[in-house]
Ligand binder design. Structure first.
Ligand code: TRP
Length: 359
């Protein structure tokens, strides 16, 4: 490969290096290797040709998305979410399982809980997105696997999640989540995720998508987690999301279970699809400057990150920042900003009149 080859791999590697520098990550080579492995056959795809695969990771089908998680002191951590793309004739799940085996071997991952629930989520001819991964770029990278509650069809999702929680010793969590997060017909299970490390803090995460939802839906959903302030959640939702409800993309709630002895979730996170609410990404950055400053944090890491990945002025498109999430509860509080590669497509900016604009 020449250094000017305009492939997805080249762009994603350039971006991860820039992001590693923005967050002060000392080992960009490891991050580059992991991005390259996650992209797999998609890596050699030229940027000038539309992708031949489908991926719900990003709006433009790029199968990888970066994010920066800030803790309450403002310390940033770089992460990525991605879906291995299959070779023609191969299945997405098969490709993902091969990559999982490689990573499990190299990083001594614990697959016990994944093995305990995999047949529930991966029946022959499974529907849905297949198998996704996230990687947290720490000195020792951390991995999570995402399974699809709709793998046996949407109607089966509640039973499937209930079954998986039972297998993992979390049976009492299901009615609690159902009561708080599945009160409306437009509320549906979206993802089921497992940390793949062996430690006592390895998490199970359950995600619910709230379609056509406003801040009051999040306010109710967060009450399943002890100690969460519903006003903080709804204020965040309104600040970032503007005049809800959204009609295109859902709000998403997640519940984390990190204490193996307890079926009480210890973290509630709210994911706001900010790209649906704003005219352009400059508006989003200005909103985030406000949110960060309110928490006593400086926006410079985020600004450097955006400069590092952007190939266009922020005001000329919308979706480089697709989601922003607030993490609340007794563990892992903070704010996460998601970052799209825009490898294949940029959604044009909308008019600032009539859109949520704090520019
Ligand atoms: N692109 C999908 C969506 O917008 C899935 C997804 C990717 C997502 N990253 C995310 C969902 C971050 C919530 C938060 O729904």
């Amino acid at each position: 490969m020449t250094s000017t080859e305009p492939s997805l791999r080249r762009l994603a590697n350039d971006q991860v290096r820039a992001l590693a520098s923005a967050v002060g990550l000392g080992t960009p080579q490891v991050a580059e290797e992991l991005v390259t492995e996650l992209l797999g056959v998609a890596g050699t795809h030229p940027l000038c040709t539309p992708p031949h695969w489908q991926s719900d990771i990003s709006d433009d089908q790029t199968p990888v998305e970066f994010s920066i998680a800030f803790d309450t002191a403002g310390n940033p951590t770089l992460r990525m979410l991605g879906a291995p793309v299959a070779r023609p004739g191969d299945g997405q799940v098969a490709a993902a399982l091969r990559l999982l085996a490689t990573w499990a071997d190299r990083y001594q991952l614990s697959l016990d809980r994944f093995e305990a629930v995999r047949e529930l989520f991966l029946p022959p001819n499974a529907q849905g997105f297949g198998l996704w991964f996230s990687v947290i770029f720490r000195p020792e990278p951390e991995f999570k696997v995402y399974l699809d509650p709709n793998a046996r069809g949407g109607a089966q999702a509640p039973a499937l999640v209930a079954h998986a929680l039972r297998v993992l010793g979390l049976a009492p969590a299901h009615p609690v989540i159902a009561h708080h997060a599945l009160a409306r017909p437009q509320d549906r299970f979206a993802f089921f995720a497992l940390d793949l490390h062996a430690g006592a803090q390895a998490r199970v995460k359950v995600y619910v998508a709230h379609h056509e939802a406003g801040a009051e839906v999040a306010e109710r959903a967060c009450l399943a987690v002890p100690g969460v302030d519903p006003e903080q959640v709804s204020a965040f939702c309104r600040t970032v999301g503007g005049p809800l409800p959204f009609t295109t993309r859902p709000l998403i709630s997640s519940y984390s279970f990190s204490d193996p002895g307890s079926a009480v979730p210890d973290n509630y996170s709210l994911y706001v699809p900010v790209r649906e609410a704003v005219a352009d990404d400059e508006v989003t950055l200005n909103l985030l400057r406000t949110v960060l400053r309110e928490q006593g944090l400086r926006p410079d890491v985020l600004e450097q990150a955006l400069r590092g990945i952007a190939r266009r002025p922020l005001a000329e498109g919308v979706g480089m920042i697709p989601h922003v999430s607030l993490r609340t509860g007794s563990t892992r509080q903070g704010l996460t900003v998601y970052l799209s590669t825009e490898a294949f497509h940029t959604t044009p900016a909308r008019s600032r009149t009539g859109h949520h604009s704090h520019a």
